[in-house]
Ligand binder design. Structure first.
Ligand code: FES
Length: 488
């Protein structure tokens, strides 16, 4: 058998204590011949296998990773392998986006009595890995530093730059809520350090409310601040994408519905400030910004330029199907309409990545991530990154990441972030917007979003009563099928 004669490769196996580890033991006791490449890590149950375990092994130099647990319905803890099946399938679908061949990762089921099956599984998987050869190392990938100019997707609806005529109505609603002491404060946006930037506004008095603005510059998702104020009665102004973050926080019981008063308005798209600055040639002083119709008029360094919204909109707004708050207590103005027959085009970055080979994708991320300065702005801007105080990026126990300035460590953080958002990311694009180095980290979350949609037909942040897919399972999964290891 080829695997027994060639040079050993590094294969890591995570085996459930009760079944597969027993199966491996049975194979050993029966003296079944097996390849010696596999290094076994015994876990209490396949449900204990966090997808980060195989991912870390693969990024750290393993050529293959095999997870094996009890057969479905045989789990010692009755349900662990059902949860594992969902998580591990998400991982398998996710790996290609970073250039890792999904055939290098497999999960299967072997019982304690199936010594012979264990022998076949481990032999077939080892054979597969030998055919694939040693895994390419992330550090050694040929870096692609430049992102080519991508043609943005056509917007689903006309994107606008004007200030909303419903702003006065919104301000009246907020003033009334503050006056009635319905809330301690309401979060919105105000003009920031220059007319092109807005900044979060915490309104406690009617004078504060007068500073509120609504328009294409209201880019931040204020839902990020909600968990910090758990237990207080607070108000929040939301766009459609922000409201999905609020729904997700409610689903995860990180805030209480009765504590939050939601003010919604229809959104006509938001501006990518970096695109504006690039078009203006990085001016030193922005003097005035005025929106009207589909054009943003910007005066900078003494010159006035008309910028069509089509060219400066955030990419996420082009395919947005949820411009109106999905949950609200007050709604000002009329909802933004999307034509019934409109179909969202894939984001340009996803089209680009889909067109690359696995090797090129690894090189792409290798080149892009080199710019990362580990500021964690992507994490801090993410409404769903709620364990910030105990983030794996800062934790020494468990020690998932080192502070080493290496592409692998930086990439691993981004992959952890993306996997933590599986079934939770609402596609608000805040990670992309916040990255000061222009790394398209949002593409990793888009891949997770695509995977979750494909496997579970689920879109996060749409229904506060829905159970997120990785917190549940089906005995028979509609879109997950048993993997066959060829030869086993
Ligand atoms: Fe074996 Fe749960 S105990 S998979």
């Amino acid at each position: 058998m080829s695997v027994l004669t060639g040079k050993e490769l590094r294969i890591v196996g995570f085996l459930c204590n009760w079944c597969s580890y027993g199966g491996a033991d049975t194979a050993g006791v029966a003296r079944f011949t097996q390849p010696t490449d596999l290094r076994i890590i015994r876990v209490p149950c396949s449900g204990r296998v966090n997808p980060l375990f195989p991912l870390k092994a693969l990024l750290s130099g393993a050529d293959g990773v095999l997870v094996s647990g009890c057969h479905p319905r045989d789990c010692h803890y009755s349900e662990g392998n059902f949860y594992a099946r969902r998580r591990l399938e998400v991982l398998k679908e996710f790996l290609p986006i970073v250039g890792i061949d999904p055939r290098r990762f497999e999960y299967t089921w072997v019982s304690a009595s199936e010594g012979q099956r264990w022998q076949q599984v481990v032999t077939a998987f080892t054979d597969r890995i030998h055919k694939l050869g040693p895994a390419p190392r992330f550090e050694d990938a040929r870096p692609i530093y430049d992102l080519p100019a991508l043609t943005p997707a056509a917007p689903l609806r006309p994107l606008g730059c004007g200030t909303s005529p419903a702003l006065a109505e919104l301000k009246d609603q907020i003033k009334a809520a503050l006056e009635a002491k319905e809330v301690e404060f309401v979060m919105g946006w105000q003009i920031g350090h220059d007319p092109l930037h807005t900044t979060p506004l915490f309104m406690r008095t009617p004078e504060d409310v007068d500073k509120l603005v609504w328009g294409p510059l209201n880019v931040h998702s204020l839902a990020t601040f909600l968990p910090q104020h758990k237990g207080k009665k607070v108000g929040i102004v939301v766009k459609g994408c922000d409201s999905r973050g609020v729904v997700e926080l409610l689903q995860e019981n990180l805030i209480k519905r009765e504590d939050v008063v939601i003010f919604g308005m229809g959104c006509n798209g938001t501006v990518d400030v970096n695109k504006v600055l690039a078009k203006l040639g990085d001016p030193s002083c922005i003097e005035a910004v005025q929106g009207g119709g589909a054009t943003l008029k910007v005066t900078a360094d003494g010159q006035t330029v008309d910028l069509p919204m089509f060219e400066i909109a955030q990419d996420k707004c082009r395919a947005c199907t949820v411009p109106n708050a999905v949950i609200h207590d007050h709604f000002a103005g009329s909802p933004t309409k999307i034509p019934d027959d409109a179909t969202p085009e894939p984001a340009a970055i996803m089209n680009f990545l889909d067109g690359l080979s696995l090797e090129e994708r690894m090189g792409f991320w290798r080149g892009q991530i080199e710019r990362c300065i580990r500021c964690y702005a992507c994490r801090n801007a993410c409404p769903m990154c709620v364990c910030r105080d105990h983030c794996v990026a800062d934790s020494r126990e468990p020690h998932w990441l080192t502070q080493e300035d290496s592409p692998t460590q930086k990439m691993f953080f981004q992959l952890i972030h993306a996997l933590h958002l599986a079934g939770r990311c609402t596609g608000c694009g805040e990670c992309n917007r916040a990255c000061p180095m222009g790394i398209p980290v949002g593409a990793l979350k888009m891949q997770i979003g695509r995977t979750v949609k494909k496997l579970f037909e689920y879109a996060p942040g749409m229904d506060e009563n829905a159970v997120p897919p990785l917190l549940g399972f089906e005995l028979e999964e509609k879109n997950i099928h048993e993997h066959h290891i060829e030869g086993a």
